[in-house]
Design a protein around this ligand. Structure first.
Ligand code: IMO
Ligand code: MG
Length: 435
């Protein structure tokens, strides 16, 4: 594995979040940063995430496993805030095994408090979408219904899969209610208790060795001066509170979600970093003010391979939106940015940056709370000359074409935050570290 130079400073606990609508390149950034930490932990979301890591010629996509799982001797944690589809998690572990990577319980720790995605959650996700007038375009992985049950206090947790009597009681209760909904509201067939019960007891047996109190584990590790990298899934504008509701996911994707999703207090967190694409993408429905129209979308989608890593859906593409990212910087407390996929813009003659929105004669320089404004906002653009030369694989800032440097510096000024990393390709080594 090529080792990329990364700063080795004092032990720090760092959070990496996505500053847009997900798919910002968090997987690559985390894989690269996790070389220098002891533990990497997921704290929200589920297998709706799709984090791509390229090592040599091999590409890996992780949905539930933290992106650092490829680093030998590092520990990966799935925190209590994650919703786990056990079948999907076992599938990922088995898939790595077939590639010669054996995930041992010393290397993977799963919280007993994680809520479990059940088969009825997956089916409900699709059925609810099918009857909605304004479809969200979910990944169909049962994430929303699982988090709903968590909040409704009828969810089944990882620890319950290890206790046949508890699982039986909880599953019976759930199926009594859910089967009524399936048959009466959606005219679908019932779930058979024994089949689901046996299947999930089986998952409990397979995953049992990985299950522990990850909150204790993380806090003790931090007390022992171990460093933790918290891996966010999705992005700030898919956050259940701050995103473009209702076109969001069902968890707290912002840095604040780390504390409730892992049981690590805010006082233990040293730094928040965000991944942001050099342009913008979104998969699924919902407002997207800077979305391209015409040929440009196709061009960027093809160059950036902008197809969902989880569902394969084509991603919507658009210009960089500084109104959006500025808001992200504020709600997450971001002190450093990593600009991903700069090379995708290489051939453009000119590049636009959105600096404000306009609606009904009013100008908005802050992200508007009102959905009507956001849905109809006309972006105000600043245009910058392109660099029309390749940046792929460049590893030093000074070796970037002058206009590419200008673009990065302009973003830095508009966002008032330092851009520490610039990614110039999908491989680990194709990264600029500025300081
Ligand atoms: P990563 O971690 C991009 C989107 C879905 C949909 C909305 C709700 O790879 O960045 P859900 O299945 O979560 O209820 O769907 O959220 N979505 C993502 N978009 N990247 C992701 O994850 C996403 N996870 C969910 O497309 O619009
Ligand atoms: Mg993704």
């Amino acid at each position: 594995m090529p080792k990329v130079k990364a700063n080795k400073k004092k032990v720090q606990n760092v959070v990496v979040v996505g500053a847009q609508w997900g798919d910002e390149g968090k997987g690559k950034l985390i894989d690269f940063l996790s070389q220098d930490v002891d533990i990497t932990a997921r704290y929200q979301g589920g297998n709706n995430a799709g984090h791509t890591v390229v090592v040599g010629e091999k590409e890996y996509v992780f949905h539930l496993l933290p992106s650092a799982i490829l680093h030998k001797g590092k520990v990966c944690v799935i925190g209590n805030g994650v919703v786990v589809d056990p079948k999907a998690l076992i599938g990922e572990i088995d898939d790595l095994k077939s590639k010669g990577i054996d995930v041992k319980p010393q290397q993977l720790k799963v919280s007993g408090l994680c809520h479990i995605v059940m088969p009825y959650h997956r089916i409900l996700d699709g059925l609810r979408e099918s009857v909605r007038k304004n479809k969200i375009g979910t990944t169909g992985r049962g994430i929303g219904p699982c988090y709903s049950d968590k909040v409704a206090r009828c969810g089944i947790r990882m620890i319950d899969l290890l206790n046949p009597a508890v699982l039986k009681a909880k599953l019976e209760d759930n199926l009594t209610e859910k089967n009524e909904i399936f048959s009466k509201v959606y005219k679908q067939k019932d779930f058979d208790f024994t089949t689901v019960y046996q299947e999930y007891l089986g998952y409990g047996k397979l995953l049992g060795p990985y299950v522990c109190d990850t909150t204790l584990y993380l806090n003790r590790a931090i007390d022992d001066k171990k460093s933790v990298l918290f891996e966010g899934a999705q992005g700030t504008f898919l956050d259940i509170d701050f995103g473009t509701y209702p076109f969001v996911t069902s968890s707290s994707t912002i840095s604040g979600g780390v504390c409730s999703g892992s049981g690590v207090a805010p006082t233990k967190i040293d730094k928040i970093l965000a991944a942001v694409k050099a342009y913008t993408t979104r998969v699924g429905e919902g407002p997207f003010p800077t979305e391209f129209s015409g040929n440009l979308e196709q061009e960027i989608r093809t160059k950036g391979k902008e197809f969902g890593a989880t569902t394969g859906r084509p991603r919507r593409c658009g210009w960089f939106d500084s109104v959006l990212v500025k808001y992200s910087i504020m709600v997450n407390g971001i002190s450093e940015l990593a600009i991903m996929k700069l090379d995708v813009l290489d051939e453009l003659k000119e590049i636009k940056i959105c600096t404000a929105y306009e609606y009904k004669g009013k100008r908005f320089t802050d992200f508007p709370m009102d959905f009507e404004v956001l849905s109809n906002a006309e972006p105000v653009y600043e245009t910058i000359a392109g660099w029309s030369s390749p940046t792929r694989g460049v590893t030093e800032f000074k070796k970037l074409p002058v206009n590419a440097r200008r673009y990065i510096q302009r973003l830095e000024k508009l966002l008032n935050v330092s851009i520490r990393y610039v990614s110039t390709g999908s491989k680990r080594a194709e990264t600029i570290i500025r300081y």
